[in-house]
Design a protein around this ligand. Structure first.
Ligand SMILES: Cc1cc2nc3c(=O)[nH]c(=O)nc-3n(C[C@H](O)[C@H](O)[C@H](O)COP(=O)(O)O)c2cc1C
Length: 220
């Protein structure tokens, strides 16, 4: 089985959670794929799931032009065993965000998510299609209407009910991205079985600690 984990924070209205479900739905459509969604509040119950995952997808709302503080709190827990021992090396990764503004500085947020993945040695997967809503023929119904490439950019009007936001085009884009990342993860997993590198063999993913030490524990 290919294992895909989606780790997200959602706090204000639950919009990011809704998008995480769409990403998961897309990933589940890939054959032999197991998908788990994890809110950052419960991440401490899931370190082994994350250790065993072939792909980890990051999701956070854009708050003040970057990832939510609670999401960063999760990332800082990686600064210890996971970062130092390269436990997530070569895991497939990708990300998504949502904001109220059309821009809302979502680009900064996604750049930050890609940097987090790079710090862990993960392989970042961009959105696979070109941007929509590019011309007079385009519309808000287009897939990838925000024309994001680094990851999924969704947008949710701040005054609307959760049942009405984000628009279905954003949810479909999220679903497509989940499917794409899971497909890449499956190809990579099967390819690595055929052609493992020396350091792949050295990494025993199943030995992932139940509660990885953070940097403070390691240096004190
Ligand atoms: C503390 C805070 C900061 C925010 N900062 C931004 C921002 O920088 N740009 C923007 O367009 N929207 C911003 N928003 C709006 C959220 O990104 C938007 O409502 C999003 O859908 C919330 O997702 P959630 O319900 O999963 O938390 C902010 C909202 C909050 C609560």
């Amino acid at each position: 089985m290919t294992k895909v984990a989606i780790v997200y924070y959602s706090g204000f209205k639950g919009v990011t959670e809704k998008i995480a479900e769409a990403v998961a739905q897309g990933a589940r459509q890939v054959p032999e794929t197991q998908v788990i969604t994890i809110h950052t509040d419960s991440v401490d119950n899931h370190w082994q799931d994350l250790g065993e995952a072939d792909a980890i997808i990051f999701g956070t709302p854009t708050y003040i032009g970057g990832p939510a503080a609670k999401f960063k709190e999760f990332i800082e827990k990686l600064a210890g065993d996971i970062w130092l021992q390269r436990l997530w090396l070569n895991k497939i990764s990708g990300g998504f965000t949502v904001s109220a503004g059309r821009s809302g500085d979502k680009q900064s947020c996604l750049q930050q998510l890609a940097t987090y993945a790079a710090q862990m040695g993960m392989l970042w997967v961009p959105v696979r299609i070109t941007g929509g809503n590019y011309s007079s023929q385009g519309s808000e119904d287009d897939l990838n209407r925000m024309a994001g490439y680094l990851g999924v950019m969704a947008q949710a009007n701040i005054d609307q009910d959760l049942s009405d936001v984000p628009p279905s085009s954003d949810l479909q884009t999220a679903e497509m991205h989940g499917h794409h990342i899971a497909s890449v993860a499956r190809q990579y997993r099967l390819g690595r079985q055929q052609l493992p590198s020396d350091y792949d063999l050295a990494l025993d993913r199943c030995s992932s600690p139940e509660k990885p030490a953070v940097l403070g524990d390691l240096v004190s």
